[in-house]
Design a protein around this ligand. Structure first.
Ligand SMILES: Cc1cc2nc3c(=O)[nH]c(=O)nc-3n(C[C@H](O)[C@H](O)[C@H](O)COP(=O)(O)OP(=O)(O)OC[C@H]3O[C@@H](n4cnc5c(N)ncnc54)[C@H](O)[C@@H]3O)c2cc1C
Ligand SMILES: NC(=O)c1ccc[n+]([C@@H]2O[C@H](COP(=O)([O-])OP(=O)(O)OC[C@H]3O[C@@H](n4cnc5c(N)ncnc54)[C@H](O)[C@@H]3O)[C@@H](O)[C@H]2O)c1
Length: 511
């Protein structure tokens, strides 16, 4: 029976992907592990991130179906085209319910993890408290995730605003949705809501998908526009006014986002003087690490200038017995990374080793078409080159009439694959192979030498590798060697056939 005075091996703070994977890894290795979660295990990915957003996208794709690319609200038949949003909500709830057992307290307990409900706070070296009760630990893993950022836009706090955490509580499909932001959240949710029938305006400070290849962003811009999303890039949001803030006597107007006649009551004004009506404003303008009130300063854990917990390549913080993983660190915010890095952190902690994490990080934005990327996506000097296959030349894309896309590889001087971008349907499924190639430092010749099935979107990757490997044959020395080989083979065969015809006539004479 464990008492609060026992010193546990690993205290895991946070029960999202990083916390769950870290705790299970350490427990399976034989460590005594306590995981503390203040809300519900499963975290962002299960409840408000990957699972609901991918289900919403799938429901939205099904909604447009054969009319893909046409916003139902803008359909020429004059019908409203708006989806039964309660059915979409039910589908999202069902997906969460199906996946939830993998992340549940029961699944943690099944591998020996003790789960505690409450908010944890470090109080000194080897000590923390959970809602005031002390717990002692040898080592700890910080896995508290991140929160959406609310930019300091005047009036935003009084308007009907949702973030990626609260958008799932909407009971009705927005009629006029203004999205502030242009990253993966804005693009995925913007496309989904437009396809379901909302009129969507996206206001972006930068260009959309600023971390991706500009050619990939251009395809997504065009696809979203076709779906009816009005995208305005390189724009500042000046302020937001709402009927509620103008007329405080109508207390319901601001929260419902519409007035008594169902009209949008928020006006979002941009720096160029335009105004956009909105019954709902979705803010998707980046995230901030969740470290407030954790007491990290009491245990010597340093943060970077943006407030992330600094970690080394082994996921150890500036405090030798405290480790961190997931969105709370400066690494990119992805579920797969949270899990893999937390597993490394936890095993390093309890085994007393310093294994470094891999820096090969794949990412996929699940718009239609998908954007999948890994490693270096644009050449970073004269020693790097690209090989691109446009999907207009990829047979599977042609047969499916889905030619808006490409596969682009970036190689070093010797043809070693450093990274690349794939845009197309299910591009994420091809990314695994490209990630393996980058991770294993394979060359385009390695990839070109492996037979790929025809016709697949994967062909794009293979053909981009073949095209690059073929350039090696253009080098004058290689060309000269090849020509010599062809000449010699021709000479040998000619000589052999002369010799054989002589043998044949000899045989005839013998007969
Ligand atoms: C809309 C959306 C879509 C996304 N889609 C994808 C996708 O398709 N693919 C992908 O790879 N990534 C996606 N992400 C990102 C992904 O969800 C996150 O990177 C991932 O969930 C981070 O996991 P985490 O464990 O670091 O944090 P979280 O999942 O946020 O978990 C942190 C946990 O810590 C708890 N906590 C915080 N403070 C304390 C405390 N003091 N005491 C106890 N508990 C505490 C919180 O309650 C929370 O449960 C998406 C994100 C969003 C918002
Ligand atoms: N498919 C996936 O893997 C997936 C999906 C969703 C989210 N995520 C993760 O979640 C993270 C957060 O996503 P995100 O989209 O919120 O953030 P982001 O940091 O990726 O993008 C933020 C966007 O908002 C814009 N922006 C910032 N401030 C603004 C302002 N005041 N006005 C207008 N535009 C503004 C930026 O220019 C940028 O386009 C992502 O970086 C990603 O790692 C991943």
């Amino acid at each position: 029976m464990e008492t609060s005075n026992d010193v546990i091996d690993l205290l895991v703070v946070g029960g999202g992907t990083a916390g769950i994977v870290g705790a299970k890894t350490a427990s399976r290795l034989g460590a005594r592990v306590v995981l503390v979660e203040r809300a519900r295990t499963g975290g962002d990915c299960l409840w408000t991130g990957c699972v609901p957003s991918k289900t919403l996208l799938s429901a939205a794709a099904a909604a447009v179906g054969p009319r893909a690319g046409v916003n139902p609200a803008l359909a020429p038949d004059g019908a409203t085209g708006r989806m039964d949003f309660s059915a979409v909500r039910a589908r999202i709830a069902a997906a969460i319910t199906t996946i939830e057992p993998d992340d549940s307290p029961a699944s943690l307990k099944a591998v020996g993890v003790t789960v505690r409900h409450g908010a944890a706070r470090f109080t000194g070296p080897g000590r923390a408290e959970i809602d005031g009760e002390e717990i002692r630990f040898h080592q700890a893993l910080v896995a508290t995730g991140s929160d959406p950022v609310l930019p300091p836009i005047p009036g935003l706090d009084r308007a009907h605003v949702v973030t990626s955490e609260t958008v799932w509580d909407l009971e009705e499909l927005p009629q006029h949705l203004v999205i502030i932001g242009g990253g993966p959240i804005a693009c995925e949710l913007g496309q989904a809501f437009a396809r379901l029938g909302a009129r969507v305006v996206m206001l972006v400070r930068s260009r959309i998908l600023p971390k991706e290849d500009p050619d990939a962003a251009a395809i997504i811009r065009s696809s979203l526009t076709q779906d009816g999303v009005h995208i305005i890039e390189d724009i500042a949001v000046e302020d937001v006014t709402s009927a509620a803030s103008q007329d405080s006597s109508d207390a319901t107007a601001g929260t419902a986002g519409r007035d008594g006649r169902g009209e949008a009551v928020n006006l979002v004004r941009t720096g160029d003087g335009r105004s956009f009506p909105a019954d709902t404003i979705l803010v998707a303008a980046g995230r901030r690490a969740r470290t407030k009130g954790l007491g990290l300063e009491l245990v010597g854990v340093d943060l970077d200038e943006k407030g992330h917990v600094l970690v080394d390549a082994a996921m150890r913080t500036s405090s030798p017995t405290i480790w961190a993983a997931g969105d709370v660190t400066p690494n990119p915010d992805f579920t797969h990374l949270a899990g893999v890095y937390a597993s490394t952190a936890a095993s390093n902690a309890v085994l007393g080793v310093r294994r470094a994490v891999s820096r090969t990080v794949p990412r996929v934005t699940y718009t239609s078409p998908e954007v999948a990327a890994v490693g270096i996506t644009s050449p970073e000097g004269a020693n790097q080159r690209v090989s691109t296959i446009e999907h207009a030349d990829a047979d599977r894309a042609i047969t499916e009439n889905q030619v808006a896309g490409f596969t682009r590889l970036v190689m070093d001087r010797r043809g070693r694959i450093l990274g690349g971008t794939i845009v197309g349907p299910r591009a994420g499924e091809t990314l695994g192979e490209l990630t393996l190639a980058v991770h294993q430092k394979l060359s385009t010749r390695d990839l070109a030498g492996v037979t790929h099935p025809y016709p697949t979107y994967n062909d794009g990757l293979w053909n981009a590798a073949i095209a690059d490997a073929r350039t090696a044959l253009e080098i004058p020395l290689v060309r000269a060697a090849m020509s010599a080989l062809v000449y010699f083979t021709r000479w040998r065969l000619t000589h052999k056939s002369t010799h054989h015809s002589g043998e044949a006539s000899d045989t005839k004479q013998l007969e």
